[in-house]
Design a protein. Structure first.
Length: 215
């Protein structure tokens, strides 16, 4: 598939179905692209589709099946969009939170393999039902541990607002959990004492809370 350069080709590309409920169009919106007039479309559509399909099928669909609709905050970024965002971030501009392109290959930049040749994809999402049920308690870690125990994620990074988090799929997953919200830092990573085994004691109750919310 060629890069979309017309309205019709972009319309057709947006209709590509990545999984049961997700289409490529769901992942193409970018605040940076919208404000600055960039075209946030992949240079390599086939690679973006391949990586995005794995993200949706293995992570987003199971999460949505269990906890209801998820909201996509930020997902695919073209190299142009991400590079500009990183430039603005380094200049100290508010609202820009993009790592360097090389760091985001096989991350937010779905259409470029990482330095080791692996593909991957990242989306920043919100799980509204979890926020509604546990924001007063203040424990975002429940969802992090549930995902860690149930899904083949390649990394989670939580943020304070609405407990949005980056969730990544990668051909060579590392499964780290990190956070910008309290407690900040690394919750778990390979080699840490709490990395392996079941963490049910930490996430117990979130499934029941969602079921109550649905009644």
């Amino acid at each position: 598939m060629r890069k979309s350069t017309t309205v019709q080709s972009l319309t057709d590309f947006g209709r590509v179905r990545l999984s049961k409920t997700f289409f490529m169009r769901d992942f193409l919106f970018s605040d940076i692209a919208s404000v600055h007039g960039f075209n946030n479309v992949p240079d390599d559509p086939d690679l973006a589709i391949a990586a995005g399909s794995r993200l949706c099928e293995e992570l987003l669909e199971p999460l949505q099946d269990r906890f209801g609709r998820i909201a996509i905050r930020s997902a695919f970024r073209s190299k142009e969009v991400n590079g500009f965002g990183n430039q603005m971030q380094r200049a100290g501009k508010a609202g820009y939170n993009c790592a360097a392109n090389e760091s985001n290959y096989a991350g937010h930049i779905w259409d470029e393999r990482d330095a080791d040749g692996y593909m991957g994809a990242t989306a920043c999402i919100v799980v509204p039902s979890f926020w509604d049920s546990f924001q007063q308690e203040g424990d975002w870690q429940k969802l992090a541990w549930w995902i860690h125990d149930h899904l083949p994620h390649a990394g989670l990074y939580f943020f304070p607002k609405l407990w949005a988090f980056n969730i990544s799929w990668h051909e060579r997953p590392v499964k780290t959990i990190q956070s910008y919200t309290a407690p900040k830092g690394t919750l778990t990573a390979p080699g840490m004492a709490n990395f392996d085994g079941s963490h049910e004691a930490a996430w117990q109750g979130i499934e029941a809370a969602f079921q109550r919310q649905q009644k």
